[in-house]
Design a protein around this ligand. Sequence first.
Ligand code: FAD
Length: 465
Amino acid sequence: MNKQQNILIIGAGLCGSLLALRLGQLGYRVSVYEMRPDLRKVDISAGRSINLAFSDRGNKAMKLVGLEEKVKSLCIPMYGRMIHDEHGNTFQSNYSGREHEYINSISRGGLNALLLDEAEKHENVHIYFNRKCKSVDFEKTTALFEDNETKSQFIEDADVIIATDGAGSAMRKSYYLGKKFLFSFSQEYLTHGYKELTILPKENGDYKAFKNALHIWPRGSFMLIALPNLDGSFTVTLFLSYNEGEFNFNNLNTEEKVLEFFQKEFPDALAIMPNLIEDFFENPTAPLGTVKCSPWHYKGNTLLMGDAAHAIVPFYGQGMNASFEDVVVFDTILEKHKGDWETIFKEYEKTRKKDTDAIADLAIDNFHEMKDHVAHPIFQEKRKLEMALEKTFPNEYSSKYSLVTFNEDIGYREAMLRGRAQDKAILNLLNDKKIDLNDDLKIILNNVKKETEAILEDDRIAGLK
Ligand code: FAD
């Protein structure tokens, strides 16, 4: 019975197209409405995170829909962070001590196009482009759309509406403005924004920097990062305050100032970015924020998913991965309560929200870690130790980064609590000189475990767990 139900999805981005594919596979009748043109026909990606870090939680979703192998061909493995200091020295800090654990750089457009192609292979899935959702009547389960070309408006109804329309979700706005139920909503901007730039390939198509790493130029209060693309280029992102510090987005308003900034802070990057000025003044500067809200659903009628429910800052490389994991979690609950949408939505939010709240907080932590801490000796010592522990005891130790990124069998919240406790334990032990990098690793492991358990116990008593 439920398989014949009509499901309307708003937004054919990464989450919406994956959800359409999965629901299509399960036999639901799915209509997807996307406000932008079809990205397979028109280039619309400029300046908007052209590539992304794709990791195990996202890959679990690809396995669910049978796309793991196809997605692999879009991926460039990144084994660690390549740190560039002020003097142009580089050193690599791996993401994990286990060789099979690495993250990937993937093209947003390429991945989105693949998901759209696969979703459209199902005759029960229809995708309409250039249709912008203006509002949702969550009591009647209808949505108002505007055709971008003709400007005409029309209403669509469905048995269920799921909004995957990103951080600026129209349906979330309808929840908020509707004032029909208690809807909690918060949006917190960072003082920093971002701008995308490029390192083009060499004339022979080769990469101008080491291909298999995520490059970081940490400078304390700001940073530059670069991720490789399949065509030999890198997409570079500058994260910088809008108005604080000697250099900021507001005062980088002339070519001379931009060149002075890069010459002073990122000379080795500047040397391989002859197109810097053009990119800098052509590409937009965009804000970064965290959105939390609740409830995500209205009765059994409507549901928010992906960034529409939980937009996060990009510093853990988990926004897309979390949105894909949403679909995996939703799929399990869908199977359990077939057709009872209110129970499905309730259980989905109850299961999922604690984890998306956790990754939102972890992403803010990582902002500080990437722009600042990675350059500090104590942090580097801690990472070295963690690499050694993971390598020597692959089944006994996982760092916070590994728990979040590679351990898809535990939720983000559990990864956060254990990971933070471990971080604190190692730093305590290093600061108090209770462990030394030259000690026997088994002794270090036991000390770290003991200290971690003590911290977790304190957290439990304090009500954090
Ligand atoms: P979106 O991808 O934003 O898709 C929403 C879709 O809905 C879009 O196609 C949009 O056009 C459409 N839409 C919007 N409004 C309407 C409307 N009113 N009507 C109809 N359609 C509408 N995540 C990672 O996992 N790894 C990373 O490395 C990473 N890096 C990032 C870097 C930056 C700079 C940024 C900003 C984000 C990054 N993210 C990363 C996060 C990731 O981009 C998002 O979490 C992910 O795109 C969420 O997918 P989504 O489908 O929920 O939303």
